[in-house]
Ligand binder design. Structure first.
Ligand code: KG4
Ligand code: ZN
Length: 357
């Protein structure tokens, strides 16, 4: 089976074609970075309009690079939420239109589930599929969660952020330092020459019970650190040292929270498992190295999709669509886009978490 996947939930217009044997036949990602850059973040109305303008062309390119026509498809998948609702509507309506015109199954994919299942598409280092169950650290611009992935559509959330997502903390800290948007890749690049011991930054939640996260205090301390520097433009050295100090603090928080999660995961699934990381922040090579070492210390295999499949893309949506089609079949064309769509509907909302729960 071959599935077309469409992703429009944030600031990437993306489409990809993926086959059931895990081959990615095409993967087109059109970033709207330039449109949002002057505002230092994603403007929902600008994003929605840009998706309307770009989506047809991106889908056409994905189909032609895959060398197939709509009639070859086994299904059409689109991100149905959570995300910026104007953008989600564009992707969902496009997928429904293709599905209706070509009489193909339509699948509405949960964006978080698409991130969560990406490691099963990319596989292990030796090329095998990653098997259920696994422990997932999902770290993106909108979410920071620890989940036990039991199977397609079956998630147990054991931790979440009580305030900012980690990608948001990267982006907001980068903005304070005068770096561009999105901040994650810029902070990672600047941190490479930095002294990660120069600035004392907090490690929020470290040492506490449970698997929840908090990052707003870290961002606040970045602001205070910058305010305490001598007046005038920041030096490259100051920025590199602050980026390195920030990244190290973030890594140490992730390690602490993941260590607790590994314990909880082992109690729940004693037989098998792996630690998997996904979402845009998982593209960060420094954090991946630290998590690789953590998993090894706990005797768990570690899997991370390649960086280009960590940030938003259509291949992860096509793959999740494929897995869903195999497991529970198509969705109705009456499906309504969902601005909120938790992976674990039974998880209690985290205190103060607002939309990020
Ligand atoms: O998964 P994603 O593309 O979109 C959401 O679903 O949110 O994640 C975007 C987030 C942004 O906050 C971005 O700064 C962060 O992922 N990010 C990174 C890196 N690349 C992207 N954060 C740290 N290091 C990176 N290399
Ligand atoms: Zn995402």
């Amino acid at each position: 089976m071959i599935v077309l996947g469409i992703e429009t939930s944030c600031d990437e217009t993306a489409a990809a074609v993926v086959a059931a044997d895990r081959r990615i036949l095409s993967n087109i990602v059109l970033s709207q970075l330039e449109a949002h850059e002057p505002y230092g973040g994603v403007v929902p109305e600008i994003a929605a309009r840009a998706h309307v303008e770009a989506v047809d062309g991106v889908v056409a390119q994905a189909m032609s690079e895959a060398g197939i026509t709509f009639s070859d498809l086994g299904g059409v998948a689109a991100t149905g939420g959570p995300g910026l609702i104007g953008g989600v509507m564009v992707g969902v309506m496009t997928a429904k239109a293709i599905a209706l015109a070509e009489a193909k199954p339509f699948v509405a994919v949960n964006h978080l589930e698409a991130h969560a299942l990406t490691a099963r598409l990319s596989g292990t280092a030796s090329g095998e599929a990653v098997a259920f169950p696994y422990l997932l650290l999902l770290v993106s611009g909108g979410h920071c969660q620890l989940l036990i992935v039991e199977g397609v559509g079956s998630y147990r959330r054991i931790g979440t952020t009580v305030d900012d997502a980690l990608g948001e903390a990267f982006d907001k800290s980068a903005k304070l330092m005068g770096l561009g948007y999105p901040g994650g890749p810029q902070v990672e690049a600047r941190a490479r020459d930095g002294d990660d011991g120069r600035f004392p930054l907090p490690r929020p939640m470290r040492g506490r019970d449970g698997c929840d996260f908090s990052f707003s205090g870290l961002k606040t301390k970045v602001r205070q650190t910058l305010e305490a520097l001598p007046p005038g433009p920041f030096s490259d050295r100051d920025i590199a040292d602050l980026c390195a100090s920030f990244q190290r603090a973030a890594a140490e928080v992730l390690e602490d929270r993941c260590a607790n999660a590994i314990e909880a995961f082992r109690a729940h699934c004693p037989e098998a498992g792996a630690l998997v990381v996904a979402g845009g922040v998982a593209a960060n090579a420094y954090l991946r190295d630290r998590l690789t070492a953590l998993a090894a210390a706990h005797g768990l295999p570690f899997h991370a999709p390649p960086a280009y499949l960590c940030t938003d893309n259509g291949a992860m949506v096509a793959w999740a669509g494929l897995e869903q089609l195999r497991r529970r079949g198509a969705d109705k064309l009456e499906f309504k886009p969902r601005p909120r769509w938790p992976l674990d509907p039974n998880a209690p909302p985290a205190a103060f978490a607002g939309v990020k729960a």
